[in-house]
Write a protein that binds this ligand. Structure first.
Ligand SMILES: [Fe+2]
Ligand SMILES: [Fe+2]
Length: 397
């Protein structure tokens, strides 16, 4: 009797994108399976931080699959095996489960060739190839090495390498990715995923220059987050919302601050000297109450992006720096305020430092801001002086 063929396709699918569907479509065409199991990865939920839930990822996968006409080609089953376990699951456990479920079927585990070179390091990888055939799509830039030991079936086509990280970056900054299907994009908007609702509100309510500034702040924040091991969604949320209240005008900011003065250190001084500074507190308040951001790290990064804080997290420093030194600041502050920045403008100098050492870059940014304020005869928040002095002492001890 001919063996039933089953394809197992695992991944985080966060979000499902065209690369996934192209690979699966080719696999279905060549293998002609009786069944396809799509196993979406369980993702450890961040404390109080929303992300695309398992159900949303399933829904988006089904929508994309329909758009790519995958449904009729084989029986596509979105299997909750990993989701139900609620913990990190290794591929060998998935294969083990399905081989017990279908003892007489031939199992194919679908993957891209970018994962193949490290396959021998996967946990219990020998068990995987004992029970399943690796079905591999060749990816540009990751063509297979000769002399591989596992039994591998290569699909005929070469598939473009599409990275979920890049897609999320495009979604956060531009609200769009050419690698995401139209129906999936629509679902993201409807369900307020990947920060789409925040972007939409800001685009409508901030002036165009400010919105551009938020995007540039986010662009730098995402690069720095990747460099310093900070979660991209957290960095993007803080950067996107940091100036949410910035365009409300002095009158509205003053009214809001007067109602919330117990939450604002140096309230009287700010009221007297620079009421626009209230915007960072009001933006944090909006993040919490309007957009339901509960993550304390994100909220304090927004709250202290103007003045700084005594104890600042890496995310806080990233947002402080990205606000000051995004590409949009090159034109605003073209002249160097520090001799060390070699007349390239301080934004570029801070950017460069931030990729090397975030603490030193924060200190340098604080110093640049102080020099600028003195030069422009602007009022400086007392807390910035205190932080600067503390950091100065630390670095000169
Ligand atoms: Fe701001
Ligand atoms: Fe800003």
């Amino acid at each position: 009797m001919k063996k039933r063929k089953i394809i197992i396709y695992g991944g985080s699918f966060d979000p499902p994108h065209k690369g996934h569907f192209k690979l699966l479509r080719a696999a279905i065409k060549e293998i002609k399976p009786d069944k396809v199991y799509v196993v979406a990865g369980w993702r450890s939920p961040f404390k109080n931080f929303p992300f695309a839930s398992y159900r949303d990822r399933e829904k988006m996968f089904r929508m994309g699959a329909r758009e790519f006409k995958l449904r009729g080609a084989a029986r596509l089953v979105f299997h909750p095996f990993e989701y139900k376990r609620k913990k990190t699951t290794y591929t060998y456990q998935i294969i083990d489960y399905f081989s017990l479920k279908h003892p007489r079927a031939q199992l194919f585990f679908l993957m891209g060739s970018d994962c193949l070179n490290s396959f021998n390091k996967w946990k219990k990888h020998k068990l995987i190839i004992k029970k399943a055939v690796l079905l591999v799509g060749k990816r540009e830039g990751f063509l297979p090495e000769i002399g591989l030991s596992p039994p591998v079936v290569f699909l005929k086509d070469v598939f473009p390498k599409i990275s979920s990280t890049e897609i999320k970056r495009d979604l956060f900054i531009e609200g769009f990715s050419k690698n995401v299907s139209a129906s999936v994009l629509r679902h993201m908007e409807q369900k307020k995923l990947y920060l789409s609702h925040m972007r939409k509100w800001l685009k409508l309510n901030l002036n165009p220059e400010r919105f551009k500034h938020c995007k540039e702040t986010m662009r730098l924040a995402l690069d720095l987050a990747a460099k310093h091991g900070i979660d991209a969604e957290k960095a993007a949320t803080a950067a996107l919302l940091h100036d949410a209240a910035r365009d409300f005008g002095e009158k509205k900011l003053k009214v809001w601050a007067s109602k919330n003065k117990e939450k604002i250190p140096f309230f009287q001084s700010i009221m007297k000297n620079e009421p626009l500074l209230f915007h960072s507190h009001m933006s944090a308040d909006m993040a919490r109450n309007k957009f339901f951001v509960k993550d304390k790290d994100i909220l304090s990064a927004i709250r202290y992006h103007t003045v700084g804080a005594a104890q600042m997290s890496v995310l806080g420093k990233i947002i402080y720096i990205s606000d000051m030194a995004g590409k949009d600041r090159d034109a605003i502050f073209p002249s160097a305020v520090s001799k060390k920045s070699n007349a390239r403008g301080y934004a570029a100098a801070i950017r460069k430092k931030a990729f090397l050492n975030i603490d030193k870059a924060f200190f340098f940014a604080l110093k640049c801001k102080m020099e600028y304020m003195i030069k422009e005869k602007k009022w400086m928040h007392p807390r910035s002086y205190i932080i600067y002095q503390t950091l100065f002492k630390k670095t000169h001890e």
